[in-house]
Ligand binder design. Structure first.
Ligand SMILES: [Zn+2]
Length: 453
């Protein structure tokens, strides 16, 4: 009986191709556990501790245990060390630093070390592939050169830092195929120094960075315009990397891809993961590097050609950013703890945690994705198959040329090419993702080559 069943199923498989294969699950149930595990109380406690150091200006006191950036970074390192102890030393925790000088930097008040705090959770299968979540350690007063006045920076950016620490607490309970880094950066307010130093180190070490999720202000729900919204958040991403070659630029002119760079695909991934697992949230894609004329710590990674995005609140309150604490004309200025919404910071932390878990559990994105089908009725895609045994197969995505998100997809099994019958190449943009047997998908890869035959 068993033999007969086996035989007939084999026959069916060979006759009808992928239709008899096991399709990977649509969701990974562990992702729901991760959302549940993120704690608003724990985020609140860390924001209060960080804001309690008075100022965390990069050039503030480094000796005191109660005030200044030194106390803040030692607190963060001790917290990462504690998390690591609770997971059998699963984190590699260390300081990474670069020296900045007053000379040549008009927002640097004195020579100092810019010190980042790093916690690396090594991947079991791909230790050299990294997903990074970052927040900032430092804060600033009205005058960025002023490193003594109180600057609690509760939202900017103790919220992003606390979220990063909480993600470490939650995700360290799991093992992943790829590595995850929980990163506290310094020197943000004076010129993105911490991110620059860290990105350069990553480049030198030849790290393969899947993506940087930079969190900068994830705790404010009441905008300066009075709008209150605890569901919407923004995902900023640049269209194409600044490091692209002249050939890539020329390719784009004829084949498209103006809004399909690696950071944009990462942004779409976070958007899609949120819609799948946290449908109560309202992710808002913003098609630009950062807020108009302003900066954040994903940029130094982008500068070196790494994919990176900024995740942040939808409604900012400018009277509570970069302001000395004071009351003027009845307006309370200052970035104090009282304005932070911890439940919202928890939701945005969960968005990060599930995106990182999904990426770190997914197989590597397909390589050498190419597209053909010029003057033909059907679009064709080819890619290089991975030898990762977690790969269930591949999924082709496509969308109208004017659509912001991938609209259509088809799981095509464990093959290295596919023809989308009746889908005309001219009218859509296409991409390919690898799908794991656990249901987690890689970032979508936009074709970088074309073929004719
Ligand atoms: Zn700031």
């Amino acid at each position: 009986m068993l033999k007969k069943l086996l035989f007939s199923s084999l026959l069916l498989t060979s006759l009808s191709g992928i239709s008899q294969e096991q399709a990977p699950p649509q969701v990974d149930l562990r992702i729901y556990d991760i959302i549940e595990a993120v704690s608003a109380d724990s985020i609140e406690a860390d924001i209060r501790r960080l804001a309690g150091f008075g100022t965390r200006n990069t050039f503030s006191d480094t000796i005191s245990d109660t005030r200044g950036i030194g106390a803040a970074r030692r607190f963060i390192k001790a917290d990462f060390d504690k998390i690591s102890k609770n997971c059998g030393n699963c984190l590699d925790v260390f300081y990474q630093k670069d020296f900045v000088t007053k000379e040549g930097n008009d927002r640097v008040p004195k020579d100092a070390w810019v010190v980042n705090v790093v916690a690396v959770q090594k991947g079991k299968k791909y230790p050299n592939r990294y997903v990074i979540m970052s927040g900032d350690i430092d804060s600033r007063a009205s005058n960025t050169m002023d490193f003594t006045t109180d600057a609690p920076g509760a939202n900017d950016n103790a919220s992003g830092m606390a979220g990063t620490m909480e993600a470490a607490r939650v995700l360290s309970k799991y093992e992943f195929d790829s590595s995850i880094i929980y990163l506290g950066l310094s020197g943000e307010e004076q010129g993105l120094f911490g991110g620059k130093g860290f990105a350069e180190m990553a480049k030198e070490k030849g790290w393969e960075i899947i993506g940087v999720l930079n969190n900068d202000m994830i705790g404010n729900i009441k905008g300066v315009d009075g709008v209150i919204d605890n569901r919407t958040f923004r995902i900023f991403s640049e269209p194409v990397p600044p490091t692209e070659t002249e050939r890539e630029r020329m390719m784009r002119r004829f084949y498209g891809g103006e809004v399909d760079g690696i950071s944009r695909q990462l942004a779409r991934y976070v958007h899609e993961t949120t819609e799948t697992y946290m449908p109560e949230m309202n992710p808002m894609m913003v098609y630009r590097l950062d807020r108009f004329g302003r900066g954040g710590h994903h940029r130094p990674f982008n500068d070196l050609g790494f994919p990176g995005i900024r995740i942040m609140e939808a409604h900012e309150n400018y009277t509570q950013q970069h302001q000395d604490i004071r009351t003027e004309d009845g307006i309370e200025y200052g970035d104090v703890v009282e304005h932070v919404n911890f439940d919202y910071a928890k939701k945005l932390t969960a968005v990060n945690a599930i995106s990182m878990a999904s990426l770190a559990w997914a197989p590597p994105a397909p390589k050498k994705v190419s597209i053909g089908g010029i003057v033909e009725a059907s679009a064709k895609l080819r890619w290089e198959k991975s030898d990762d045994e977690n790969v269930a197969g591949y999924k082709i995505y496509w969308r109208d040329t004017t659509a912001p998100q991938w609209q259509y997809s088809r799981y095509v099994g464990n093959v290295d090419n596919f023809t989308l019958e009746g889908i005309v190449i001219d009218n859509y943009f296409f991409g390919v993702a690898a799908v794991g047997k656990n249901g987690n998908e890689s970032v979508v890869v936009f074709p970088s080559e074309t073929f004719r035959d």
